[in-house]
Write a protein that binds this ligand. Structure first.
Ligand SMILES: CC(C)(COP(=O)(O)OP(=O)(O)OC[C@H]1O[C@@H](n2cnc3c(N)ncnc32)[C@H](O)[C@@H]1OP(=O)(O)O)[C@@H](O)C(=O)NCCC(=O)NCCS
Length: 167
């Protein structure tokens, strides 16, 4: 079973280790890409009110992260990002379930109206996660991301609060 909970200090080192893995961070925004993350950076991220960060557990074991960035209360929107820390568990539906749970929670608690995410055009697994979580393709920014040294399109997805059934 997949669950999410607010990320707290005891897991900062674990999450920073995952974020420092190039196989994970190469797909993220340039803020994290090809960088070494630390527990201090995790604390800085959590202090920023524009972020909301959740540890993902699978059968009680911490296995990944799902988060909101750029929370904009005035416009009731935020950007979604996520990763699976343990790649041996890929394809079990863990991150799709975590993103679904986070979206529902944040629509309810933060009263957001629209969430968005973007994936590099060559990140098919991420696009599938968003599709399974109910997001729709919103459009693309051409050649707007660097994937492994190649410029690729950013594919944008969005999800409205009105499209998510209440818990
Ligand atoms: C993308 C990622 C989060 C997926 O995590 P996950 O727990 O395996 O995701 P899920 O099991 O919920 O769903 C993955 C889906 O993608 C599919 N998939 C995986 N690799 C794929 C590929 N190369 N092409 C097409 N589909 C693919 C899986 O089959 C599955 O779909 P299905 O359930 O219809 O079979 C994980 O691979 C990851 O952390 N990647 C690196 C970080 C990242 O890309 N983050 C997103 C940044 S936008």
């Amino acid at each position: 079973m997949t669950t999410i909970e607010e990320l707290t200090q005891p897991h900062f080192d674990l999450v920073a280790g995952w974020l420092s893995n190039r196989e994970i961070n190469r797909w993220l925004t340039a803020e994290w890409r090809d960088k070494v993350a630390t527990a201090v950076l995790m604390a800085v991220m959590l202090r920023n009110k524009k972020n909301r960060v959740f540890l993902v557990r699978w059968n009680d074991q911490p296995v990944g992260l799902t988060a909101l960035a750029d929370i904009d209360i005035a416009d009731a929107t935020a950007m979604v990002w996520y990763f699976l820390g343990d790649s041996t568990l890929a394809g079990k539906g863990i991150v799709s379930s975590a993103v679904t749970q986070m979206a529902k929670k944040c629509f309810q608690e933060l009263k957001l109206k629209s969430l968005y995410a973007w994936a590099m055009a060559d990140n098919l697994a991420s696009a599938r996660v968003l599709q399974k979580a109910g997001f729709q393709k919103a459009g693309k920014l051409r050649q707007a991301a660097c994937s492994n040294g190649e410029q690729v399109d950013r594919i944008y997805f969005d999800l409205l609060a009105s499209e998510v059934p209440a818990a």
